[in-house]
Structure formats: C-alpha cells, structure tokens
Write a protein that binds this ligand. Structure first.
Ligand SMILES: [Zn+2]
Length: 245
C-alpha cells in the first residue's frame, strides 16, 4: 500500500486484487439491482449469510478435502479459525469466492455459492492459496507466484470431474480434454480475474513459465482428485503420507 491510499480502498495498480468484485471488502454494502431482487431473491442478506456460514461449518465438519486442508494448514503453523479467517459476503456475481492475502481471509460469496458442494469447492481452492501463502511465503503481487498458486488450485480441485460439475463451468466435452489443458485454462482465467490490469498475453506467459513446476507440485493433497469421491476419501485417508495429521 502506498501512503496515498485511504481506508481499505486499493489505489495502486499493484494493489489491485480485484476488490471491485468484493464490495464488502471496501466497507460498502452493495445494493442489489431490482432485477436481482426480483429474479434471485437477493437482498435477503442475513438469511443468505446464515445459510453460507452453515455450509462452511458443515464442510469443516464433514468434507474430507476441507478437513485435509485444515490439517495441512495447522501442521504448517497456520491453523484456521473460522470466525477470523472465513467470511461470507455479498460479491459481484462474476465471482464465487476469493482469498484476501492482506487479511489472510477466505471470502465465500454468499449470493453466488448457495450449495454445500459449491462452498466445498471454493473452500478447498482458496485453502490451497492460503496454504501456499503460509508455506511458501507467496508474494501475490508477483505474477509468477500468483500463476503458480492458481495452477496448483486448479490442478488439485477444479479440473476434476466432481468440482468441474460443482463449479458449473465445464461441459462433458471439456472434461474429456487433457487435464493439463484444463488446468492451464482455469489458472489463466483465475489470474486474469485477480489481475484485471494485465493482458491475457502477460497472464499466459506467466502461467506457461511456471506451469511444469507447479503442475507437478501436488502438496498437500498428494493426488489429483478425479471423477469420483473415492479419490477424495483416499486423499484424506493418505494424508499422513505427506506428513499432515
Ligand atoms: Zn484462485
């Protein structure tokens, strides 16, 4: 942050973390547009927030992946406190969740992520960013670092059959494509969402540069989660193999 920034509003270009997508991060309560109220029932903030928090709590109790990530973070000295590190908020409808590196907080977009499965997908993805920040002293302003953690998050979660369905951004045809290609596309989209100030070419160059190294780094899940939830259970059962309990 530079001296000229005021409040929590990012001013510098390099401080741009896509905060326009998270209005509550700027201390504003976004007012739903009339059509959102009419069509989607937006505006019922407290009900939405309560449902979101219930889903988050449920994932921490029951989701093998979330529990695995929780254990890995704890073992790395970055234990998650639900009240401190996870926030359900109203976001721009373009995003479903995010990781705020300045506050070390995960944002779940309560107006977008309405199912337990979707909350689980977002939590796992963002917990990988949190893990990288904790474990690897990640500098999110460094484009190569950002590309790497997005590759890892896509690799370990999004490009699986399960979470691709959950995220709703994959067709069956796309699922049949090469896994690596899926990871590359997903990581590219994530980098561009976080850094609207860079071009697609710049983002792609960063993703390509670190791809092989970061694609093969499967810590802490230890395997790519594929197709059925048995893999998910196995990853959780084998978590001791990576040294996490
Ligand atoms: Zn991400």
């Amino acid at each position: 942050m530079s001296g000229q920034s005021s409040g929590s509003t990012p001013v510098d270009k390099e401080d741009n973390w896509g905060y326009d997508l998270y209005p509550e991060r700027r201390g504003e309560t976004p007012r739903p547009k009339w059509w959102q109220v009419a069509l989607l029932g937006a505006g019922q903030d407290s009900t939405e927030k309560a449902a979101c928090e219930r889903n988050v709590y449920n994932c921490f109790q029951n989701s093998p992946l979330v529990k695995l990530m929780y254990g890995a973070l704890k073992a790395s000295g970055c234990e998650i406190d639900l009240r401190r590190h996870i926030a359900c908020e109203v976001c721009d409808v373009k995003v479903s969740g995010g990781y705020d590196p300045r506050l070390n907080q995960i944002v779940i977009c309560q107006n977008v992520a309405r199912s337990k499965a979707m909350v689980q997908g977002i939590l796992t993805h963002e917990m990988i960013h949190m893990f990288d920040a904790c474990r690897h002293e990640l500098n999110f302003k460094d484009l190569n670092h950002l590309a790497c953690t997005e590759i890892r998050a896509a690799n370990l979660t999004h490009c699986s059959f399960m979470s691709a369905m959950v995220q709703g951004d994959a067709s069956f045809i796309r699922i049949k494509k090469q896994h690596a290609e899926c990871v590359k596309n997903k990581a590219l989209a994530s980098v561009l969402a976080v850094r609207p100030d860079i071009t697609k070419e710049e983002a792609l160059a960063a993703v390509d540069k670190v791809f092989l190294k970061c694609y093969s780094d499967l810590e802490p899940i230890g395997r790519r989660i594929r197709r059925n939830s048995a893999d998910m259970m196995r990853a959780y059962e084998e978590r001791g193999n990576c040294g996490y309990e």
